[in-house]
Design a protein around this ligand. Structure first.
Ligand code: AMP
Length: 393
């Protein structure tokens, strides 16, 4: 990683503003999954042990620049206190004079949490004044919110101009793992790319085609590749642009692009529509391809078992529907079973699949960023990463 990490910072006695991603899922006012809060604990405990005064800040939901009572971080602060085993002071704000007063009273190894950053319109506008306000609250800035690094906001970009800016431990691990999955391997590499649409995944396909040996294609975009090869199966569900994009990739001369030899189709895009296994050449023109077939799952698993690096982004089918989940679960098992490989999962619904199967700890790295990891794997520069200080050694 070419960015400065908190390991390089002298934080003893300093006030450190830490941007985290505490945008946790809530159900009926209760946090239903606290893994994002847990994800920030290594950085927060590191700063505590190093003697910092720690000011934590995050967005939550989409209040769109307005104060919304239900979107306050009260529940988050309570859970954070429990997990840290110490009080987290409410710093209020995020604007006004209160935060500075409260933070001014912090001692070393104490924590405060600012109120939801997106209550302030300047946050999403990357407003200079709000960036300066955030910077005025601390001596050092740390970004540990990889999941928000693709957004150029005041707390991810603007503030970094006004303070020494370091990557937190989670940010550092994300950049190292995602980066080395693309650049670090000397052995065979495979990328598995699925998801709903070609339009959403064409950039990642183009970038990965230059970086890996083999791409295994799944998801809704299979139809576009079939049509690009001269079949008609699933044609009704895709656009001409999808086919042109698929053709371009097949002709790009990069990675070996592998398509499923069989797929599971249904006459309607519906959970209860009857599922049929079809050969790639027998898919009805007006049918929907909703998963890869059993033979393809086996073949993909065989390829996965042979490689040294695996990158996976996007499910093989509509995994939310029982009849169309088998391809994705077969791939998850195959990725987990290859113990010699470095395996990296690019967040979002793919992370959900391995999480729900209890396989996350058998994967080398499951990214915490959905949109951010997608943009990283597309080869884009993430503004929240670019804003951090470069290493000088
Ligand atoms: P993404 O998060 O972009 O990787 O896309 C995940 C979504 O793609 C999931 O909600 C899946 O239901 C959807 N998806 C996967 N395969 C298909 C398919 N064959 N047709 C339509 N949607 C699909």
């Amino acid at each position: 990683m070419n960015k400065r990490s908190i390991r390089d910072a002298d934080v003893n006695g300093k006030t450190v503003l830490v941007r985290v991603d505490f945008n946790v899922p809530m159900r009926s006012g209760v946090i239903s999954d606290d893994s994002r809060i847990r994800g920030a604990l290594p950085t927060l405990n590191f700063l505590k042990d190093a003697g910092a005064k720690i000011v934590v800040c995050s967005h939550f939901g989409r209040p769109k620049g307005q104060f919304i009572q239900e979107m306050r971080l009260t529940m988050v602060r309570e859970r954070l206190s429990e997990l840290l085993g110490t009080t987290v002071v409410n710093a209020y704000g995020p604007t006004g004079e209160e935060p500075a007063q409260i933070i001014g009273n912090l001692n070393s190894r104490e924590f405060a949490l600012l109120e939801n950053l997106r209550f302030e319109p300047g946050e999403e506008q990357n407003d200079e004044q709000f960036s300066k306000h955030l910077a005025s609250l601390a001596d050092i800035y740390v970004n540990d919110a990889f999941g928000s690094a693709h957004r150029a906001h005041a707390s991810t970009v603007g503030v970094a101009k006004h303070l020494p800016a370091f990557a937190g431990l989670l940010m550092e691990r994300e950049l190292e793992m995602l980066g080395s999955s693309l650049e670090g391997s000397t052995g065979a590499t495979v990328a598995i790319v699925g998801g709903a649409k070609v339009a959403d995944k064409i950039q990642i396909l183009r970038h990965l085609a230059k970086k890996v040996d083999t791409i295994l294609v799944g998801g809704g975009m299979v139809a576009a590749f079939y049509v690009a090869q001269g079949n008609t199966g699933g044609a009704a569900a895709i656009t001409d642009e999808d086919v042109t994009a698929a053709k371009g990739l097949l002709e790009s001369g990069g990675a070996n692009v592998v398509l499923p030899a069989d797929v599971i189709t249904a006459p309607d895009f519906d959970e209860n529509s009857p599922a049929t296994v079809c050969e790639s050449t027998d898919v009805p023109t007006d049918g929907f391809i909703l998963d890869i077939g059993p033979r393809s799952s086996k073949e993909y698993a065989r390829i996965i078992s042979l490689v040294d690096t695996i990158i996976w982004n996007g499910p093989m089918g509509v995994f939310e529907w029982d009849e169309f989940t088998k391809g994705s679960t077969a791939i998850a098992k195959a990725v987990a079973a290859n113990k010699k490989a470095t395996s990296v999962i690019g967040g979002g619904s793919t992370a959900e699949i391995v999480g729900s199967m209890g396989l996350a700890d058998q994967i080398t790295h499951v990214s915490t960023g959905g949109g951010a990891s997608l943009e990283f794997l597309e080869g884009k520069t993430l503004p929240g990463v670019a804003a951090l200080d470069d290493r000088t050694d």
